[in-house]
Design a protein around this ligand. Sequence first.
Ligand code: PLP
Length: 319
Amino acid sequence: MSQAAATPAKPFPFLSGRHLDPHAYPDGVAFLDGQYLPMSQAKVSVLDWGFLHSDATYDTVHVWDGRFFRLDLHLDRFFGGLEKLRMTTPFDRDGVAEILHNCVALSGHRAAYVEMLCTRGASPTFSRDPRQAINRFMAFAVPFGSVANAGQLRNGLHVAISDKVRIPPASIDPSIKNYHWLDLVRGLYDAYDRGADTALILDFNGNVAEGPGFNVFCVKDGKLSTPAVGVLPGITRRTVFDLCAEAGLSALAADVSVAALKAADEVFITSTAGGVMPVTTIDGAPVADGKVGPITERLMALYWKRHEDPAWSSAVRYP
Ligand code: PLP
């Protein structure tokens, strides 16, 4: 058979446009197996348990205006996860911090989404014993991204409450930040089917838990509450508690029922990917008058203002 005959006129007609360019990666720098690389070259083995079994932990910190925000808290959570999963890396806290600084500095980004992660890795013999695997540490810095876009930050997100249940803490300790996201992704598709921007899913008691990459707060009669169990203890959630303590606002971690969320005066979500973000519609109905509330607006302003505070932020060591 000639070469020409072996090559179909359209090589892969089943692929849609977005699959055609395997080199379309966000602009950034990764650290992998001891080297700094462009994102397009940062690749791991398909035999890595991080990929095969979701056996990994990670953390994401952001850089805003050239400064890391609360990096210490993200490092605490990451190293806590490593310990609970019995993983080790060749790098201690200072070593990881230096790699993160280098990834951002080499990328040149002033606003970045910076991830550190460790997978179980793989064993040279493909052993089924996780103790034989060589754990693999990686990190990368890409442009800052937000759950909410500019319009949604101004006018509020439309959130749908899915009936999917977040993986219970008895199965996976949620303080180990992890990639067990099938419940969240299925919730997200429920939300898209209902015309919403994103989803909240439930805890094992039917109360509100969290969403794909964020915690949730509601405000009723000036008091804030956020789900207490079955959720990642988010650093942005913690930051809201800290800001509330400083501002004399009451904030509590407690069960939040679906009914309480829908009857709230204000609702917002929190994430390193976007900070404090307003929610003004739940399941197609407005939250209170459907406008971004005053406490949400105040916390959004306080949150971004504190990015300049050296007590909570540190300058990236650009060359
Ligand atoms: N919940 C989940 C499941 C997350 O993945 C995240 C962040 O990625 C959050 C909550 C928010 O946590 P943080 O404020 O630390 O970004």
